[in-house]
Design a protein around this ligand. Structure first.
Ligand code: GLN
Length: 557
């Protein structure tokens, strides 16, 4: 089909691009071959983002570290395996290695890694590397950049990533692969190192939508409750969410459903608020072209309004760091992970003392915490030296931001407001979709309660320009720009909020817990000077409409 010019095979991608630093640790080739042979035709290779636990399952060489790309967890071996890894291995996955990421999943370019930045490299004409032209290094997106690259170059058939605010979809868009974020609570997160619990999902990256559909829908992963994950939907809740949607599930035997048949009557909404000034014209063109292809295939295209879109980004960057600061409190150098040396802790104590002498305000609570432990060391000094050395820059920024917005003087103005805006974001989506949100409750009263937004700040728009539009899916770009040059990204670190901007189209679906998939469209070399020639188009569906979302995504890619 003509919507996506990119082919689903790895060859045309891997010949053109060489990618760097995408694995943190690898399984030995002999173990991979052995496993491949054992599993026969079911076997497929799987790369696992390094914030997902892998454990000794077959032999020692399989006992890979789980580092989250943090100095804190360097050399850490999990005693257990994440449920999602076990589930995929039961379906024929051969784990090939652990992939690089932004530390603890915090970032948009996979540059905040203690192992160095992930990059995608190509010459300035988009040709083979080594033909003598200048080599350009582009961002692979983040935070699942290593997973996206492993798939893009053919090192793995499928990769696991995590998507809290776009970390599967953004790298997929930048590297030209498919990235799927499921409905919140569908796939198990047991064994996934938490970043922001109310947003975290496990996602899949692959070169075709079908590879994702085969695992998530056809093999029944979507239906499996995990008792070890408290946010995994119970069997009863899954049943309730699926009620009335049986026909939407993928039917392997249905050979009659042509693309046209599948798209006929399906209504796609184009959210007007996503057409922002900063949108790269090549992305706007690809978006418009995709809409007209869909129309020519019998689908209906209508404009929709999601007025809360512009508030979603700031809301996300209050909620995610708040949850992160709480999650990361456990890394204290006492229970596990990295611990600062005596010498460096002493140096920290000296710096703190000097700061106090110079009149800088000592940290709150320092006095009580500063009592010596039995070894004669100050706990406070141990914590601060350990956390100061163990965490990278971006993680520290998030901890500071999160601790501030949760503090008593800021809580009401930031965290509480953000939670309210999150409800408006959900309401916007629920108004746009034809299907009701199964989480809203069954009775009208229950649903009304969810929509009671009378306590909202005045600046939040309440009115929907177009009224209820009742679409099946939303079609929009995954990111406002193509993959930027890595040097520009590293330069931008002076203004970190620029990187946050890349998440503007991915965070709304995350805040609402909705399923979304990024599918690649290749931009002609001439239209993409300097390479980085992929646009990601995003399809967003109503909660638990994952099967139909993937079906439609498969039809158009
Ligand atoms: N870029 C976003 C962040 O830094 C999203 C990360 C993610 O989805 N893990 O928070």
């Amino acid at each position: 089909l003509s919507l996506c010019h990119v082919s689903s095979t790895s060859e045309n991608v891997s010949q053109r691009r060489r990618l760097l630093h995408h694995f943190i640790s690898k399984v030995s080739p002999s173990v991979i071959t052995e496993e491949n042979n054992r599993l026969g035709q079911d076997a497929f290779t799987l790369a696992v983002k390094d914030n997902i636990a892998t454990a000794a399952a077959m032999d020692d060489s399989f006992s890979l570290q789980t580092t989250c790309a943090s100095s804190f967890l360097m050399g850490y071996r999990s005693p257990f395996e994440a449920t999602i890894v076990t589930q995929l291995r039961a379906r024929g996955a051969v784990v090939v290695g652990k992939t690089n990421l932004d530390e603890f999943g915090m970032g948009s370019h996979s540059t905040y890694s203690t192992f160095g930045a992930v990059a995608q490299e190509q010459d300035n004409k988009g040709d083979d590397i080594g033909s003598g032209v200048v080599v350009l290094r582009h961002s692979a997106g983040g935070s699942s950049g290593g997973s996206a690259v492993a798939v893009a170059v053919g090192d793995a058939d499928v990769a696991l990533g995590t998507d809290t605010g776009g970390s599967v979809r953004l790298p997929a868009a930048y590297t030209g692969v498919v990235g799927f974020k499921p409905s919140y609570g569908m796939l198990s997160r047991h064994g996934v190192v938490p970043y922001a619990n109310s947003l975290d999902t496990v996602g899949l990256l692959a070169r075709s939508v079908y590879a994702v559909t085969r695992l998530v829908i056809v093999s029944g992963l979507w239906a499996e409750h995990d008792p070890k994950d408290p946010t995994s939907l119970s069997a009863a809740a899954r049943k309730r969410c699926s009620a009335g949607r049986e026909g939407y599930h993928y039917n392997q035997d249905d050979k009659t459903s042509s693309t046209e048949g599948m798209l006929k009557g399906i209504k796609f909404g184009l959210p007007l608020e996503y057409n922002i000034e900063e949108l790269d014209p090549r992305i706007r063109d690809a978006w418009a072209a995709a809409a007209s292809v869909l129309q020519s295939l019998g689908a209906r295209i209508v404009p929709v309004s999601l007025p809360s879109t512009r508030h979603a980004l700031s809301t996300y960057y209050v909620i995610a760091p708040a949850e992160a600061s709480s999650n990361l409190a456990k890394y204290d150098g006492v229970r596990y992970g990295f611990r600062a040396s005596e010498d460096s802790a002493a140096a920290t104590a000296a710096t703190t003392a000097a700061a106090e002498r110079d009149g800088n305000i000592p940290l709150p609570g320092a006095e009580e915490e500063n009592k010596s432990d039995s070894g004669g060391r100050s706990n406070h000094v141990l914590y601060s030296a350990t956390r100061g050395q163990g965490f990278g820059r971006e993680v520290k920024r998030r901890i500071l931001l999160g601790s501030y917005t949760l503090s008593s003087e800021a809580m009401d103005n930031y965290f509480i407001q953000a939670q309210k805006v999150r409800r408006v974001v959900r309401r916007d989506f629920d108004r746009a979709f034809r299907l009701p949100n199964p989480l809203l409750g069954e009775t009208e009263e229950e649903q009304q309660q969810q929509f009671d937004l009378s306590d909202l700040p005045e600046s939040i728009p309440m009115e929907d320009k177009f009224g209820p539009t009742q679409v099946d899916f939303l079609l929009c770009p995954t990111a406002p720009t193509l993959a930027p040059l890595l040097d520009d990204v590293l330069d931008q670190e002076k203004d970190v909020t620029k990187a946050y901007m890349n998440d503007v189209f991915t965070v709304p679906a995350s805040l609402a817990g909705l399923p979304a998939v990024s599918i690649p469209v290749e931009v002609e070399a001439a239209a993409a000077p300097g390479g980085g020639g992929f646009v990601g188009l995003q399809l967003i569906g109503q909660y638990w409409d994952d099967a139909r979302l993937l079906k439609v995504a498969g039809a158009v890619s």
